[in-house]
Design a binder for this molecule. Structure first.
Ligand SMILES: Cc1ncc(COP(=O)(O)O)c(C=O)c1O
Length: 447
């Protein structure tokens, strides 16, 4: 989740920025438009009035997450009263299956255990390489280690923060067997192009849909494009059960192998000719069952998932249409055939050279105006210690010298909060705060 604060390092020094920034300002002198509307009142940073005046409690109510209420309380009470704890799991799995139209699903205790089971189910020979973004949570990349697989770190497209197919093409090796696009912040990766290329090269398509509950592309839910995929229901996610995960499978064989890995009771449920049937009573040594309380909460959250996604998307549309008039601000690219959702925050791309001032003073100025603006650099996996220590791997993962798309996204984004409720007033105040800050760009470029 994005953190508030402006302490992250920027690779651009202030000196180099001031030089490029002043060039940009000269070029933008005639930008007019939204800028002209920005208030010339002093910035709150310099002692002027704060633009965002909605009471803190009102904003907190709009941003509160997870959003639990009477339905979740009742579901938990009912479960305690009826004492049928484990019946909750197939109920949730069936509802999720219907919602996503996946042929097979399996509830797991979290997204990480669903990923581990997915890599087990692949049954690839040790030394197989799997393409993963470096811009992701550790378990997308690391849990394959238990089965002798090795990550190939792929960059992200700076316009989307999602899997960069062109970089994947450059990094293909004779050992590459699979790839795992991750739908960053709820924006679908371009699964049509990725799948076409994977098919041409004989690669297995998997998905990390931990951020993308309710997102789809060409009418097909994320998590059902790959032959296997995963969701996380961790507390911050678009459909939170505090902890929880789901495996998504297009074939019976993958489903049964993934389920048997951490569910010792499942092999018995599979037909006698299933290759994992004989592992009755043991599975393969893990216990990854989702907590029934989490499943009860998840079932309630599924009922409001589309409503939450729609509210948040409508609020972002209203605000972003206005903010993206300002030079240097844009939304991540989303195609007309993609239905995105929003996880973590309303991410906007900030181009310092077009805006004419740097992200650091921008965040400070916005925060002083009362805008909860922040940035959060996804820790790049390829820079983490574990990938550079050969003893943990079949063969050492290649550590890319540069990751330009990932750098650009990390350096050049801001996050705004997600408002899940009536937000016209606060959106108006946020927009005014941005316009005011932009009207003071020259001053901020010098700060
Ligand atoms: C992209 C991604 N994949 C996988 C996971 C793992 O999910 P969990 O925290 O439920 O184990 C997360 C969790 O944050 C994630 O962000």
């Amino acid at each position: 989740m994005p953190n508030t604060g402006a302490s992250n390092s920027s690779e651009m020094t202030r000196r180099s920025f001031v030089q490029t920034g002043s060039v940009a300002l000269a070029g933008l002198a005639a930008a007019g438009g939204a800028l002209a509307q920005g208030s010339k009142e002093a910035l709150a940073l310099s002692g002027g009035p704060k633009t965002v005046t909605v009471p803190a409690a009102q904003e907190a109510a709009l941003t509160r997450w997870p959003r639990y209420g009477d339905a979740e309380k009742k579901a938990l009470h009912d479960l305690i009263d009826n004492n049928q704890f484990y019946a909750e799991l197939p109920l949730f799995e069936n509802e999720w299956k219907q919602y996503t139209k996946a042929p097979f699903v399996k509830a797991h205790m979290n997204g990480t255990s669903a990923l581990t089971s997915m890599y087990f189910a692949l049954d690839l020979p040790p030394g197989s390489e799997i393409m993963v973004p470096s811009y992701t949570f550790f378990s997308t990349c690391l849990s394959m280690r238990f089965f002798g697989c090795v990550p190939i770190f792929i960059d992200v497209d700076p316009q989307t923060s999602c899997f960069d197919l062109e970089d994947a093409k450059r990094k293909l090796t004779p050992n590459t067997r699979a790839l795992v696009p991750m739908h960053s912040w709820g924006l679908p990766c371009e699964m049509d192009h990725i799948s076409d290329w994977a098919q041409e090269k004989g690669l297995i398509v998997l998905e990390d849909a931990a951020h993308a509950h309710g997102a789809s592309m060409q009418g097909k839910m994320m998590g059902t494009w790959g032959v296997m995929g995963i969701y996380s229901f961790q507390a911050s996610k678009p459909m939170p059960s505090v902890e929880g995960g789901m495996g998504m499978y297009q074939t019976r064989e993958y489903f049964e192998r993934a389920a048997a890995f951490g569910h010792y009771e499942d092999p018995e449920k599979f037909s006698a000719d299933s290759p994992v049937h004989r592992y009755v009573g043991t599975g393969f040594g893990q216990k990854y069952r989702m907590h029934p309380f989490a499943a009860a909460v998840a079932r309630q959250q599924l009922r409001v998932l589309d409503q939450h996604n729609q509210l948040i998307a409508a609020n972002n549309r209203q605000l972003n249409q206005r903010l993206c008039q300002l030079p240097g601000l844009s939304e991540p690219r989303c195609r007309a055939d993609q239905k995105r959702v929003y996880y973590g925050g309303n991410m906007l791309m900030f181009d310092e050279s077009k805006a004419g001032f740097a992200r650091e003073p921008l965040i400070k100025a916005l925060q002083a105006e009362g805008v909860h603006a922040s940035y959060w650099d996804y820790p790049e996996q390829h820079k983490r210690t574990i990938y550079s220590e050969a003893k943990w791997w079949h063969h050492p993962p290649a550590i890319p010298a540069t990751m330009p798309g990932t750098d650009q996204v990390n350096r050049g984004h801001i996050f705004l909060p997600l408002f899940c409720g009536e937000a016209a007033e606060i959106n108006e105040q946020y927009a005014k705060a941005f316009e005011k800050v932009w009207a003071h760009r020259q001053e901020l470029a010098k700060s």
